[in-house]
Ligand binder design. Structure first.
Ligand code: C2E
Ligand code: MG
Ligand code: MG
Ligand code: MG
Length: 285
């Protein structure tokens, strides 16, 4: 009996494994045509000033609506796009679209805010990305100070490469943010040797800050140290008023999360920017 049960287990795992491979291959196949078929679109999640709860930036997040597969999460398809090299084309589309949208908001007289774009490892390892971003800024006419490039800690592990890439990005005039901070193995002292501007505290630490003392301590420490290093700190994944209150108490005034605003369509962001502080142009009218 034991033997046959073991056999069933193995068959079960094999079936699961087959399913996973099949799903991956299916995603890869559909992904190849997704740009041309215009199946991607962008959402923008507001970044807030926690003190007056006004919008002070947005992060753009890719969305994929496949006619065959339905909605597929970037957490699932971005790694596949990375493995297959498709991330270069997809990432370039995202960057162009995000810069275009931000420039359009500005041209419409809305409040000027930076848009943050996530860069993947493959993109960051590709030296040509600098020129691509430079071209996109030129093509869209977006002032580089309104673009933030988000990278993760693991991408900075090769210090020589990271320094070269980050210096070149800074030369373009864009800002650099370290995303998901705390989940990798880099220390703040290491990061302080790189030309970065912002630190985004990973949502896993922000989660349950009010009930998990360890989480609260970690977040508090990161905020304090980042301040000393003159880095702007952004707390990600703020979902409750309790977390929000603690963050403010610890001195973190910049926040992103479902409590304050979910990722939304460009038109909805435009509405929010209209309601926010009037720009000079609007005041004159
Ligand atoms: P990320 O850059 O850390 O983005 C934050 C993720 O957390 C987003 O998930 C966002 O929807 C989610 N989030 C925001 N606030 C909350 C909250 O309060 N609670 C919870 N539970 N989640 C929250 P999303 O859009 O599914 O993206 C997942 C990841 O996929 C991103 O993590 C990023 O690493 C990657 N990604 C998304 N868009 C792009 C892109 O255009 N290019 C690249 N290379 N990666 C992308
Ligand atoms: Mg991000
Ligand atoms: Mg993040
Ligand atoms: Mg993340």
């Amino acid at each position: 009996i034991a033997k046959s049960e073991g056999g069933n287990q193995i068959q079960f795992y094999e079936a699961r494994f087959q399913e996973e491979i099949h799903r991956k291959m299916e995603i890869e196949r559909r992904l190849r045509k997704a740009i041309d078929r215009e199946e991607f679109y962008l959402n923008y999640q507001p970044v807030f000033n926690g003190i007056d709860r006004t919008i002070k930036g947005v992060e753009c997040l890719i969305r994929w609506q496949s006619p065959e597969l339905g909605r597929v999460s970037p957490a699932e398809f971005i790694p596949i796009a990375e493995e297959t090299g498709m991330i270069h084309a997809i990432g370039e589309w995202v960057m162009l679209e995000a810069c275009r949208a931000n420039k359009r908001w500005q041209d419409d007289g809305l409040m000027k805010i930076p848009v943050a774009v996530n860069l993947s490892t493959q993109q960051f390892n590709d030296g040509k990305i600098i020129e691509r971003i430079e071209n996109i800024l030129k093509e869209t006419g977006l002032d580089p100070k309104y673009l933030v490039v988000e990278i993760t800690e693991s991408m900075t592990m090769n210090k020589h490469h990271a320094l070269m890439m980050l210096k070149n990005l800074k030369r373009l005039g864009v800002s650099i943010a370290i995303d998901d901070f705390g989940t990798g193995y880099s220390s703040l002292s290491y990061l302080s040797e790189l030309p970065i501007d912002k630190l985004k505290v990973d949502q896993s630490f922000v989660k349950k800050m009010d009930t998990h003392g360890v989480n609260a301590s970690i977040v508090h420490t990161i905020i304090t140290m980042a301040e000393n290093l003159k880095l702007e700190v952004i707390a990600e994944g703020v979902e409750t008023e309790a977390e929000f209150g603690l963050l403010l108490r610890y001195g973190c005034n910049t926040m992103q999360g479902y409590l304050l605003g979910r990722p939304m369509e460009a038109a909805q962001i435009a509405e929010q920017l209209k309601l926010s502080k009037p720009t000079k142009k609007m005041r004159i009218q």
